[in-house]
Design a protein. Structure first.
Length: 312
C-alpha cells in the first residue's frame, strides 16, 4: 500500500514524519519523501498519521486516516475447513489407491526397488548440493556480519578480530590510527542526515583505499570515528600515513557550513606498539584515543602521536 500526502501550503525545507498506529510507538525520522509504503500488514484496524517538520524543526499539525486490513480469504475458517477436508480425502484416497496398487504390482516389485534406488541416489546428490549452497550462504552471512552497513568498510567487530590475530602472530610493531571527523554534528544539523551519511561513505571509501597499499584495515569505529590498523608499521611511518589521510580528507573539500574552514576536516590520533609481555591491544587503542583527544584539544585538523609510555 502506498500513501501519498502533501502540505496545505508549500515551504522550502519542509520534511515529513509518519506514524502507523498501533505498530509505531514513535514518529519516523524526518524525510523529504511525501509518501509512505506499507507492506505485509497483518489483519486489523490501523491509523496512519502524518505531519510536517519545518526547516527549523517546528512541528506542524498532524492529520490522520484510518483503514482496515481484511483477513486473507485463505485464512478464513471455511477455507481452512475445506483444506482439512481435502487433506483427509487425499490421505484416504492415497491409502486406498496405494493398497490396490501394491496388490496389482507385486510382480513388478524388483523393478520398483531399482527405480527407488535411482531416486534415492538423486535425492542424496540434491542434499549434497543443498549442503554446499548452505555453507556458501553461511560464509556470505559471516562476511556481512563483519562489514559496516552504511559505509561498506569493516566494522568494529572485524577490526577487533584482525587486531587480536595480528597481536598473537606478529613480532613486529603494530600501528593504530583513530580518526574523528571535525564538527560532524554541525554538518548533520545544518545539511541533514542524508548529507552526513554520504560524507561518511565518501571518507570511509577514501581511507580504505588509501591504507590498502600499506596492508592496512580501515573500519568504522563508531559514529563519525574511523579506525585504521597498520600491521608492521612503527610510529614514524604511522604518523606519515596519518598525515596523508588528514590532508587527503581535507582535499576532498566536502562542504561543512558549521566548521570554521567551511569544509570537512579530521583529527587523528596515532600510536604504535610492539607486542610483548605486559602489553595489550587495549593499551594500543587507549594510546591512540588519548592522542586523538590531544589533537582535538589543540584545535582539531591535525595529527598527534600517543606517548610512548602509554603504548608499551
Amino acid at each position: 500500500m502506498r500513501i501519498e500526502f502533501a502540505p496545505v501550503s508549500y515551504r522550502a525545507g519542509l520534511r515529513f514524519q509518519t506514524r502507523l498506529a498501533p505498530l509505531d510507538a514513535h514518529w519516523s525520522a524526518p524525510t523529504t519523501e511525501p509518501f509512505a509504503e506499507l507492506t505485509r500488514l497483518p489483519p486489523g484496524d490501523y491509523a496512519f498519521h502524518a505531519r510536517t517538520v519545518g526547516p527549523n524543526g517546528e512541528i506542524g499539525p498532524e492529520t490522520g486516516w484510518t483503514f482496515h486490513v481484511r483477513q486473507p480469504w485463505y485464512e478464513t475458517w471455511w477455507a481452512i475447513t475445506l483444506w482439512v477436508a481435502a487433506a483427509l480425502l487425499a490421505v484416504w484416497g492415497y491409502a486406498w489407491l496405494r493398497g490396490r496398487a501394491l496388490h496389482q504390482r507385486a510382480a513388478h516389485l524388483e523393478a520398483r526397488v531399482s527405480e527407488q534406488t535411482v531416486a534415492l541416489r538423486s535425492t542424496v546428490e540434491e542434499l549434497r548440493r543443498a549442503h554446499a549452497d548452505l555453507a556458501a550462504a553461511n560464509a556470505r552471512l559471516e562476511e556481512l556480519s563483519l562489514r559496516d552497513e552504511l559505509t561498506g568498510i569493516a566494522n568494529r567487530r572485524r577490526l577487533q578480530q584482525a587486531l587480536a590475530e595480528e597481536w598473537s602472530h606478529t613480532r613486529q610493531s603494530i600501528a593504530f590510527l583513530l580518526l574523528d571527523l571535525d564538527y560532524f554534528k554541525r554538518l548533520n544539523d545544518t545539511q541533514g542526515h542524508l548529507a552526513g551519511d554520504l560524507c561518511l561513505q565518501t571518507v570511509a571509501g577514501f581511507v580504505a583505499e588509501a591504507v590498502r597499499p600499506y596492508g592496512g584495515l580501515a573500519a568504522r569505529y563508531g559514529g563519525e570515528e574511523i579506525a585504521v590498523l597498520l600491521p608492521g608499521l612503527g610510529l614514524d611511518r604511522a604518523l606519515q600515513v596519518a598525515e596523508r589521510l588528514r590532508a587527503g580528507i581535507e582535499a576532498l573539500a566536502i562542504p561543512n557550513a558549521g566548521a570554521p574552514l567551511g569544509h570537512l576536516t579530521t583529527s587523528v590520533g596515532a600510536a604504535a606498539m610492539l607486542p610483548a609481555v605486559g602489553a595489550s591491544p587495549d593499551g594500543l587503542i587507549e594510546a591512540a584515543d588519548l592522542a586523538l583527544y590531544q589533537a582535538k584539544a589543540e584545535g582539531r585538523n591535525r595529527v598527534c602521536a600517543g606517548r610512548e609510555e602509554l603504548a608499551s
